[in-house]
Ligand binder design. Structure first.
Ligand SMILES: NC(=O)c1ccc[n+]([C@@H]2O[C@H](COP(=O)([O-])OP(=O)(O)OC[C@H]3O[C@@H](n4cnc5c(N)ncnc54)[C@H](O)[C@@H]3O)[C@@H](O)[C@H]2O)c1
Length: 439
């Protein structure tokens, strides 16, 4: 039954008081790269936190204070003011004052947004919704998801947003492995489906983030998040295209970018590479693109960026082929050592990693392919398992070509470049030498 005004005011007071005194219990649905650091941040701020995740292994790891993510080493559990518990049972959600949904939003095979995890998590939250509860969606998603998908599922219970329960959107901006920007120092966008929903969402995040930025409605926050990642994808595509152009001109794209970056205004340096990886930058622009297609708009720049970025692994393979060819060797049968399968340096994450596509293409051409990645002990590609080799002078020496795909710190700290007979460097980390080819 809807709350009357006096009840609403008293519910607001109660919510505010419980936040201020740290009596409020906070829930995080989905304990991955986004959700687990958030759970820890709330616990560091003194809240008792309950994580809900369907993955029993992750639940167990949290309960035993074991680390499974680079941003949450086991030591972080030692300095929490509040408690962190995890469960796979959504019944726990009914006891929470506020909960944030951080479940995955991948792309389907047809490269359209798959929001099935958001839908199923919201349905489970709805089944345990309690009066006065604040629900915040934090997953990255297409414009309209909060108001058109999440809100109706929650209101199907008979409760009304803004009076019986509260619904906000607060996009995730985490950059795993980034030591310069934490949850506290990364400004947080927040939105609500009503003014009171916004007020409560803002209040919640003010407890763990220094700068909270309210916007007028969830669709603005959803689209802002997509624009941030699209900005990066498009600029990386521009740098990649520059690499293709400079290859034809016979000059170094890296030198061109360093030269351009001396301009102190209106230029932001982005660099070429083997392609885009991770579950954000290659994926998120497609959320925007597929949504606007429904409105009859063709997002040409996003599509062009996608095409350029997805062609980069093949370009790296072409560089390897040409470099071997110059020495009179075919790819077939050559021993090829790929450095770095994670999509960026010093993380475990291989989701959408372009290194996988480079590996696939070289295997298809008959290469004798191995990889070295101190962060990725094993991986599966097209049904076959591969394990990392050691970062050793012997492995480097035995390779016909070493391909630098991800510049992990270990490769740079203990460089073995002089041991290699041939190097294709897609990250500009190896000094110029006759045996070094750069993209
Ligand atoms: N990883 C990043 O760097 C990053 C950065 C910004 C935004 N995001 C966004 O954050 C969201 C979460 O991504 P992530 O990287 O943390 O994903 P993840 O795969 O690391 O973790 C998601 C967790 O959710 C759990 N889960 C799935 N369905 C569930 C359900 N119905 N109920 C409970 N738990 C469920 C999974 O078991 C998993 O542990 C996505 O929308 C992603 O786009 C991620």
């Amino acid at each position: 039954m809807p709350l009357v005004l006096t009840e609403l005011l008293s519910s607001a007071q109660t919510f505010d008081d419980r936040i201020a005194t740290r009596e409020a219990s906070v829930g995080i649905v989905g304990l991955g790269y986004a959700g687990l650091p958030l759970a820890i941040a709330f616990a560091e701020a003194g809240f008792d936190v309950t994580g809900v995740d369907l993955d029993e292994e992750r639940v167990q790891a949290v309960e035993e204070r074991r680390s499974y993510l680079v941003d949450v080493p086991a030591e972080r559990y030692a300095s929490l003011d509040g408690e962190v518990h995890a469960t796979a049972d959504y019944a726990a959600a009914a006891d929470l004052d506020a909960l944030t949904i951080c479940v995955p939003t991948p792309l389907s095979k047809t490269r359209t947004p798959d929001i099935s995890h958001v839908v199923s998590a919201t349905e489970s939250v709805a089944a345990n919704l309690r009066p006065g509860q604040l629900v915040v969606l934090q997953s990255t998603t297409y414009p309209g998801t909060t108001e058109e998908i999440v809100l109706p599922i929650l209101e199907r219970t008979g409760a009304t947003a803004g009076t019986d329960f509260f619904l906000g959107y607060a996009p995730e901006r985490v950059d795993p492995g980034n030591k310069d920007f934490t949850i506290r120092t990364t400004p947080k966008l927040v939105a609500g489906v009503t003014q009171e929903c916004l007020r409560r969402t803002e209040l919640l995040y003010r407890q763990i983030v220094d700068v909270v930025v309210p916007v007028s409605r969830p669709m603005v926050a959803e689209t802002a998040k997509l624009h941030e990642n699209t900005f990066r994808a498009v600029n990386i595509a521009l740098a990649n295209e520059l690499a293709l152009i400079c290859d034809r001109l016979g000059i170094s794209a890296w030198e061109v970018i360093e030269a351009a970056a001396t301009k102190p205004f209106a230029f932001l340096a982005h660099y070429p590479g083997p392609g885009l990886g991770g579950d954000c930058i290659p994926v998120v622009p497609q959320f925007l693109a597929s949504r606007v297609r429904e409105y009859g708009y063709s997002p040409q720049l996003i599509d062009a960026a996608h095409e350029i970025n997805t062609r980069m692994p093949a370009y790296v393979v072409q560089k390897v082929t040409d470099a071997l060819n110059d020495l009179g060797r075919p790819v077939k049968g050559s021993r090829l050592l790929l450095l770095g399968m994670a999509y960026k340096s010093d993380v475990h994450d291989t989701r959408e990693s372009p290194s996988l596509e480079v590996m696939r293409l070289l295997l298809t051409r008959g290469g004798d392919v191995r990889y070295c990645d101190p962060w990725v002990q094993e991986l599966e590609l097209d049904g076959a398992r591969h394990a990392t080799v050691e970062w050793s002078a012997e492995e480097v020496r035995d390779a016909d070509c070493v391909v630098v795909l991800t510049a992990h710190r270990q490769f740079l700290r203990e460089p073995l470049w002089d041991e290699a007979s041939l190097i294709v460097d897609a990250r500009n980390v190896v000094a110029d030498a006759p045996h070094v080819h750069r993209i």
